[in-house]
Design a protein around this ligand. Structure first.
Ligand SMILES: C[S@@+](CC[C@H](N)C(=O)[O-])C[C@H]1O[C@@H](n2cnc3c(N)ncnc32)[C@H](O)[C@@H]1O
Length: 273
């Protein structure tokens, strides 16, 4: 079959599951042929004979499996992270959290931080690459993120400065820290997510409890109890009000919320001591 015929066929297969079926058909064919997309356009009359594997990739995507799990890689910030089922695919909005944390690290010359819920390692790897003198302890409760994050630390040669520890929140962390960053699970247990998310991404990375903000609030309490000065977290678009009330109840020195690129409330930065 010619490349242009293959792409036509695949676009039809992906029409229901993808917003941009032709683009995704191209991405998967480029991945299958180990070429880039420009090759497909330049040589669209070329014949491809071995198509069974490509058809299997298209079938997975047609069944709503995220592209990143199919190819085992996700673009994030300035890196390509290894990902697999069991690990959250890092989201572009988390890049905003990183930039806010980077500002504090730079301004206060911070050297020791922790990340809660390391996932693929997205936040810790980017911060460790940005700040060559920064040491990070990154926790997670699940084995697959711990394994995959370790692979990504090795891939980007930051393994000597980022230690991954199996721990809930900071329970197993007694070291002195200046800042904590987290993109924790913050979705309410009964919230209806899109099929590609709920069927494939790990529940432990998504759901934060019956209301959704339970883990977020516990993180704030634990960081406060450990006398750590700064905390920056991602949160749900509808959690600004309950979190404001919570900060006022427990008493923090200052807090500020930030929005994502779509204009939704997406997180907060607080000073605790
Ligand atoms: C939303 S994902 C974030 C992953 C990654 N940091 C990112 O931004 O892409 C949340 C992560 O927190 C982990 N997690 C859930 N509950 C936790 C807890 N009590 N303590 C530490 N990690 C937890 C999950 O396993 C998951 O890897």
């Amino acid at each position: 079959m010619k490349i242009n015929e293959i792409l036509k066929w695949a676009s039809t297969q992906l029409a229901e599951s993808c917003e941009r079926p032709k683009f995704e058909a191209e991405l998967l064919l480029a991945y299958h042929l180990d070429k880039d997309r420009t090759y497909l356009h330049a040589f669209d009359e070329n014949e491809v004979t071995e198509l069974e594997e490509y058809k299997a990739l298209v079938a997975r995507r047609a069944n709503h499996e995220p592209y990143e799990y199919i190819v085992g890689e996700a673009s994030f910030y300035d890196i390509e992270l290894t990902v697999e089922a069991g690990v959250l695919i890092p989201r572009p909005e988390t890049e905003i959290l990183i930039d806010l944390v980077a500002e504090i690290i730079e301004k206060e010359n911070i050297k020791n931080i922790a990340e809660i819920g390391v996932g693929s390692g997205a936040i810790s790897v980017v911060l460790a690459r940005k700040f060559p003198e920064l040491n990070i302890i990154a926790t997670d409760i699940c084995d697959t993120p711990i394994k995959v994050a370790q692979e990504n630390l090795e891939k980007y040669a930051v393994v000597d400065r980022v230690e991954i520890r199996k721990s809930s929140i900071l329970d197993e962390v007694s070291e002195s820290l200046e800042l904590v960053v987290s993109n924790p699970p913050y979705i309410a247990d009964d919230f209806e997510l899109e099929k590609n998310v709920v069927a494939y991404e790990p529940k432990e990375a998504l759901f934060g409890g019956r209301v959704g903000d339970e883990l977020l609030k516990q993180i704030v309490l634990d960081v406060k109890a450990k006398n750590i000065k700064h905390l920056a977290c991602e949160m749900g678009y509808d959690q600004k009000e309950p979190m404001t009330q919570f900060f006022n109840e427990i008493g923090v020195e200052s807090y500020e919320f930030y929005k994502d690129l779509a204009g939704f409330d997406r997180g907060f930065v607080i000073k605790l001591t």
